[in-house]
Design a protein around this ligand. Structure first.
Ligand code: ADP
Ligand code: MG
Length: 718
């Protein structure tokens, strides 16, 4: 039987209201409306005496109607109903526009309780459109306790729009709640009791119509747990479904053993541990879905390469998906180098990107479909329809934050059998975010950095207070170049009009403020800066043709370019050990994790790193705080937590990351970590005993409901 929550709003509220709610708020069903929770609760106000009314405050008054008067408005069409009330000590007027009908109930002599915000009309106090409740006309004096309770009743304030007001939502919710049929609770009774949570129907009633403040607090607690619980159950069920299909088990062998033996270094403890987890996953006949997170330079790519060698043992192919052309090229080069000539000749690592010349591209496509290339490295071009593999065993996605669930999905469908999937990310994610965003993946972390990494010193250059320090920045760069090192200068924009990458909004610029730092202007200014005279300074950004970008990166890596002025195209994975210095201009335009990643470009070889974050953001602003947070620590996990505190929730679960899962209304991943973890544990316990939720129909219905059309399609493909 369908749940009352699935009833369409036009049936519950009528066509006109339903269409206003659909257009204005995107609410279509009773369930949508009831989960449109109040943003906050206002008070009617304490009981006041009419003789001493504070202006501009919410007050509640017990009073008697003295006289009522309806008159047409002078300037406009319509009428004003004026009602004068008295509490025996003072007199106050109430006004209602175009509501002459109220004269039928607000008759002289009637007593009641009136609430509103005190306004001023020509020097005397008045309430426009007050709430009121009239006492029954039985000659009895009103019960003071009842009046008090009414005054304290929390008034829900809803997220509203210009077309649908909060009070209209409140009214519609009331209509729906009054006629709501019985509701099944997705949270099993036993769980609910053990956590002292109220039942679902009661929580909905009290979050919308609380009698006292404690009501909505308790209601939110129950609904918040339900939200976390249903989400985790959905993610865990999705994970289980991904594992229902068969994949080819891949047993590692001599290929990987030989590779390990030839490595010029020993694996870190974390690399070995994660390698073990992956080996176990690969050897099972169900698809691996694993996320490996670790700092830039923690050796994730090496871990992925070892997985590819395990797959290659049984003739399987691996595809490595990189976020940019530059990185795809670099991955290919470093894979070839790391494999060494013998293994490279055998596995034939092959590049397949969108910017490849036609003939080369055709060759690469052939190598993929024939199986002669056992490692194929590419960009999103790998997702194209024309790309086929002979025996795709493993897909490695580098830098998850650039790829949505849908892209992962497209690659998964490339194999005849679903391949194993390994996702690498250098953005450390707090555990609870990972659980929410990547809840269908298993998660491994590499926290330990390989030995011999050089320290990185980070400084904020605060131009708001010290505008003169910018000259010192370039002197410092010149000093580094004099030691034979190289520098990156990263800016948010390509020229005065075009920014690149995901940037944060700029603060409103002061009238005389210089334009956003951009490649064109900065390149010109550095080339004419005398402290950098004789240095080779080049520019790199996303508008350059692929081969040009690759050539510039190669030249920079080879040391023939001293300073590279670039946008965030160099953000991820670029590896130039001799680059010691990273200058970021307008640093406040970048996010915390972006700045951290950028900094990871330096200090990669034996050369100590230096990061200078130049910002015009004022002290004590959020923008400045972000930049200072990054300068204050090198610990990516600590920064990830800090980032979470500083960021808007929406960013955390941005649509690309969450793949349509950002249905969280009450749960805040930044604050509710413990709750999320507990909800996951409870959900896992239930699904372990009852994978199809046969004994939990209400939970199953809730899971079905939260799958919008998009995710339904996603699951159907598996
Ligand atoms: P990530 O992908 O996490 O940024 P990489 O796998 O690219 O890191 O490794 C960064 C550099 O460190 C590479 O040059 C790699 O060869 C090297 N490296 C990886 N693991 C180790 C290790 N255990 N000891 C020393 N160097 C390592
Ligand atoms: Mg890498």
């Amino acid at each position: 039987m369908a749940s009352p929550l699935d009833v369409k709003l036009d049936r519950a509220l009528g066509d006109r209201t339903a269409s206003a709610f659909a257009k204005g708020l995107g609410l279509h069903t009773v369930g949508d409306l009831l989960s449109h929770y109040p943003r906050r609760y206002a008070r009617r106000g304490e009981l006041s005496a009419l003789s001493e009314l504070p202006r501009d405050e919410n007050v509640t008054i017990v009073a008697e109607v003295l006289e009522v008067h309806n008159r047409p408005m002078r300037a406009k069409r319509g009428s004003i109903l004026e009602v004068r009330i008295s509490d025996g000590k003072g007199i106050l007027s109430l006004t209602f526009f175009n509501q002459a009908w109220r004269a039928n109930e607000l008759r002289p002599g009637v007593r009641g309780i009136f609430a509103g915000k005190v306004g001023d009309y020509k020097g005397s106090a008045q309430l426009a459109h007050p709430d009121y409740e009239l006492f029954p006309d039985d000659g009895e004096d009103p019960d003071p306790a009842k009046a008090e309770a009414w005054a304290l009743l929390p008034i829900p304030i809803y997220p509203a729009t210009s077309t649908v007001a909060s009070w209209q939502i409140q009214k519609a919710v009331g209509v729906v709640l009054d006629t709501l049929g019985p509701l099944d609770d997705p949270v099993p009774d036993a769980v609910r009791h053990s956590r002292s949570l109220m039942p679902f129907a009661r929580a909905l009633e009290l979050i919308h119509r609380p009698l006292v403040d404690a009501d909505w607090g308790a209601a939110r607690k129950a609904l918040r747990f339900q939200e976390a619980f249903v989400l985790q159950a959905a993610l865990l069920q999705q994970r289980a479904r991904l594992r229902e299909v068969a994949a080819t088990a891949r047993e590692s062998g001599p290929l990987l053993e030989g590779f390990d033996a030839a490595l010029p270094f020993t694996l870190t403890g974390d690399q070995r541990a994660v390698g073990e987890q992956i080996a176990v996953d690969l050897a099972e006949p169900v698809p691996m879905n694993r996320l490996v997170q670790g700092e830039v330079g923690s050796g994730k790519t090496l871990v992925a390469l070892r997985a590819m060698l395990a797959v290659a043992q049984s003739g399987g192919q691996s595809a490595l998906l990189a976020p940019t052309e530059v990185l795809a090229h670099q991955h290919l080069r470093s894979i070839v180098r790391t494999l060494g000539p013998d293994l490279a000749a055998r596995l034939r690592p092959t590049l397949l990107t969108g910017q490849l010349p036609v003939a080369e591209r055709r060759k690469a496509l052939l190598a993929a479909v024939s199986g002669s290339a056992q490692i194929v490295v590419g960009t999103h071009a790998l997702l194209g329809d024309k790309v086929e593999f002979f025996d795709l065993g493993l897909v490695v996605v580098d830098e998850q934050h650039r790829f949505g669930v849908e892209q992962r999905e497209a690659l998964r469908l490339k194999g005849r059998q679903p391949p194993h999937v390994l996702v690498l990310t250098a953005t450390p994610i707090p555990r609870t975010v990972a659980m929410t965003v990547f809840g269908d993946l298993d998660i491994s972390s590499i926290a330990e950095l390989p030995a011999g990494r050089s320290p990185i010193q980070s400084f904020v250059v605060p131009l708001a207070e010290k505008p003169g320090w910018v000259a010192r920045v370039w002197e410092r760069v010149a000093e580094e170049l004099a030691k034979g090192h190289q520098a990156f200068v990263v800016v948010p924009a390509i020229d005065r009009t075009v920014t690149e990458g995901e940037l944060l909004d700029a603060a409103p610029a002061a009238p005389m403020a210089p334009p956003t730092a951009n490649v064109t202007d900065v390149l010109a200014s550095l080339r004419s800066n005398s402290v950098l005279a004789g240095r080779r300074i080049e520019a790199l950004h996303g508008r350059l043709p692929g081969e040009e970008k690759d050539r510039l990166m190669r030249e920079f890596a080879a040391g023939s370019i001293d300073v590279l002025v670039a946008t965030t195209v160099i953000e991820v994975g670029v590896d130039v050990p001799n680059a010691s210095t990273m200058v970021v201009l307008d640093a406040e335009r970048f996010g915390v994790s972006q700045l951290h990643q950028l900094r990871g470009r330096v200090g990669r070889g034996g050369v100590p790193g230096l990061a200078l974050f130049v910002t015009t953001a004022e002290e004590l602003t959020l923008a400045r705080e972000r930049v200072e947070a990054v300068a204050s620590t090198l610990d990516g996990f600590e920064l990830a937590n800090k980032d979470l505190e500083l960021r808007q929730e929406g960013d955390v679960l941005g649509s690309t990351q969450s793949g349509g899962r950002s249905s969280l209304r009450l749960v805040r991943v930044a604050k509710d970590g413990e709750l999320i973890a507990e909800a996951r544990e409870v959900a896992a316990g239930i699904l372990a005993d009852d994978p199809d939720l046969a004994a939990h129909p209400a939970l199953r219905a809730a899971l079905d409901r939260r799958l919008d059309a998009e995710s339904e399609a996603f699951l159907a493909k598996n």
